[in-house]
Design a protein around this ligand. Structure first.
Ligand code: HEM
Length: 392
């Protein structure tokens, strides 16, 4: 599309006009001006139908209240301390694959599903201190009810993006499969909260610095009815429904992105054996050792490969913002009006020769592009696979 229409073009999502922005300078301007470009109203409207109190659907004072509770837990150092958990879960999956390998009846393995199960297991432990049992052998393949329910939840949210909101509401009411899935997800969320509630409050207040569920449960409002009478600016903490909605959005947003990235990594390693062998050489130093976070951070080529996987196949291809006032984009000079919706095309930027000027075309998979010092600064700015600005 970009090759044909340039840096700015529009399309219609149902009855909504979406303006696609693909020039890096314009995109940086959008991310830098949060009061002009706030979270996309479409997210609030559509995701609001399935998960009204999840952070992605929130704006203004309510967003601030939620972000102040969940935001601090997503800093790198809070995740890094769970490296051992990630390694243990991955070992469990590898053991399963070794067993399959010796089993002549197992001729086909759905790698996307396997990656989803791994990431859900890791996510369950890290975020919720809970065993989601997605790696238990009796639960393999499509038998896992939580995987299936999340899959339906995700697909329904995608369907809703294309429907007018009123039709979307009716669609949800009539969609039995979605309603069953939502009920299954809610059962899991309730169990996780209940498990956390039986924990001793003293240990919880220590764990809340590193564990999402401990932090969310600590934030539960003592008197929901009283908080509901206050203005949004004065409200503190989260209601039980809000906690459940946040857990749901983290589960959905967290496992689908990371498992997609892992599935692409596995696919690309099979397509590029030279890259795979360079990676193995780098890792050979730590053969049969449990990696520490410092050792992991010292693996320069692995870092390049992961960056390149996320550039080449970004799990999220774009993000939306809605104009709060009229504005003009600095590079394209395009005039935007209050209420316009812009889609920042992370995918187009990741594949644009203007920003990926190394020897190899950006349509090629080439991890070494991140090793080339001359290109580092230019490429760094264009590597925005996690979005930008205040919603990153
Ligand atoms: C490879 C992994 C991931 C990628 C590429 C990715 C990418 C993105 C992108 C592009 C956005 C939109 C940001 C913006 O609008 O500027 C986003 C938002 C979000 N992501 Fe991720 N993400 C990843 C992993 C995760 C994980 C593990 C979680 C788990 C909790 C998560 C939770 C969220 C949430 C809650 C939002 C909405 C934030 C808001 O609207 O304020 N993501 N992600």
């Amino acid at each position: 599309m970009k090759a044909k229409f340039g840096d700015i073009y529009q399309f219609w999502l149902g009855s909504t006009r979406i303006i696609v922005v693909s020039g890096l300078e314009d995109v940086q301007h959008i991310f830098a001006h949060r009061h002009v470009y706030d979270q996309g109203d479409i997210f609030a409207e559509k995701f609001g139908l399935v998960n009204p109190n999840g952070i992605i659907a929130l704006k203004g004072a309510k967003y601030k209240r939620h972000a102040s509770i969940v935001g601090p837990l997503f800093r790198g150092n809070k995740i890094n301390i769970h490296l051992d958990t990630a390694i243990d879960c991955t070992d469990k999956l590898l053991d399963r694959w070794r067993t399959y390998n010796n089993d002549p009846t197992q001729v086909h393995l759905n790698m996307i599903e396997q990656c989803q199960q791994l990431l859900l297991a890791i996510f369950g432990y890290i975020a919720f201190d809970y065993d989601l049992q997605t790696l238990n052998d009796e639960n393999h393949s499509s038998e896992n009810e939580l995987c299936r329910a999340l899959h339906t939840f995700h697909n329904t949210a995608v369907d809703l993006m294309q429907l007018p909101t009123v039709i979307g509401r009716i669609y949800l009411l009539l969609n039995q499969k979605y309603r069953r899935s939502q009920a299954i997800i809610n059962q899991y969320l309730q169990r996780m909260i209940d498990q956390e509630l039986v924990e001793n409050p003293t240990t919880r207040s220590e764990r809340k610095r590193t564990c999402l569920i401990a932090s969310l449960v600590t934030s539960l409002q003592q008197d929901e009815m009283l908080e509901a009478t206050k203005s949004e600016e004065d409200r503190k903490g989260l209601s039980r429904t809000e906690v459940m909605n946040e857990m749901c959005s983290f589960l959905a947003a967290g496992y689908s992105t990371t498992s997609t990235a892992l599935a692409w990594f596995i696919h690309l390693m099979s397509k590029y054996p030279l890259v795979q062998s360079k990676l193995k050489t780098e890792l050979a130093e730590y053969h049969h050792q449990r990696l520490s976070i410092e050792q992991l951070n010292s693996l320069g080529y692995l870092d390049c490969v992961l960056r390149e996987v996320l550039r080449f196949a970004p799990p999220v291809i774009g993000t939306l913002r809605t104009l709060q006032v009229d504005d003009q984009l600095p590079s394209s000079d395009f005039l935007l009006n209050k209420g316009d919706h812009v889609l920042i095309s992370l995918y187009n930027i990741a594949r644009d020769v203007r920003y990926w000027s190394g020897p190899i075309d950006p349509d090629q998979f080439y991890p070494e592009r991140f090793q080339n010092e001359d290109n580092t600064i230019r490429n760094k700015a264009a590597w925005i696979v996690f979005g930008g600005g205040h919603r990153q």
